[in-house]
Design a protein around this ligand. Structure first.
Ligand code: CMP
Length: 133
């Protein structure tokens, strides 16, 4: 069925002028961009977005990184969007990301991994509302 997922192009990828390259890969894979905007998160907002990870050892660094420069937030639509987008972006750790994935091409590290993709329909809905309420 056609459904939606949510993505962010993260600060490192925006800083290095990869917005266009990443959006091209997304559109070429058949996703429609339903909503999109460039946003600078405060540390507080970044902390809220990643609240589920607040007990993880990487949380403080992640919040600092995600508020270090603007991100591009977008809602994407496609058949089987959540799963297909996770395939398109590749593994969280770019060292394990498959050939042809966005992270293989653009991610620098497990933290600065170029893009976010929702892991479920429920989270896609919640994460989209966080930016496009
Ligand atoms: P993302 O898919 O947006 O979800 C959580 C983010 O935390 C992840 O991408 C990375 O940017 C960051 N992160 C940093 N270190 C780790 C780690 N060890 N495991 C998972 N995510 C990490």
């Amino acid at each position: 069925a056609t459904n939606r997922t949510f993505t962010m192009i993260k600060p490192d990828a925006v800083q290095e002028n990869h917005i266009g390259g990443i959006l091209s890969m997304i559109e070429e894979a058949g996703f429609r961009i339903v909503e999109m905007k460039k946003v600078l998160l405060t540390p507080e907002r970044a902390g809220q977005f990643y609240e589920v990870h607040k007990e993880r050892p990487f949380y403080q660094d992640l919040v600092k990184y995600m508020s270090s420069g603007p991100i591009v937030a977008a809602i994407l639509e496609k058949d089987n969007a959540v799963a297909d987008f996770r395939t398109l972006i590749g593994a969280t750790n770019p060292a394990q990301a498959a050939e042809g994935t966005i992270r293989k091409k653009y991610a620098k590290s497990i933290e600065a991994n170029a893009v976010h993709g929702s892991d479920s329909n429920e989270n896609a809905q919640l994460e989209g509302e966080f930016y496009f309420a």
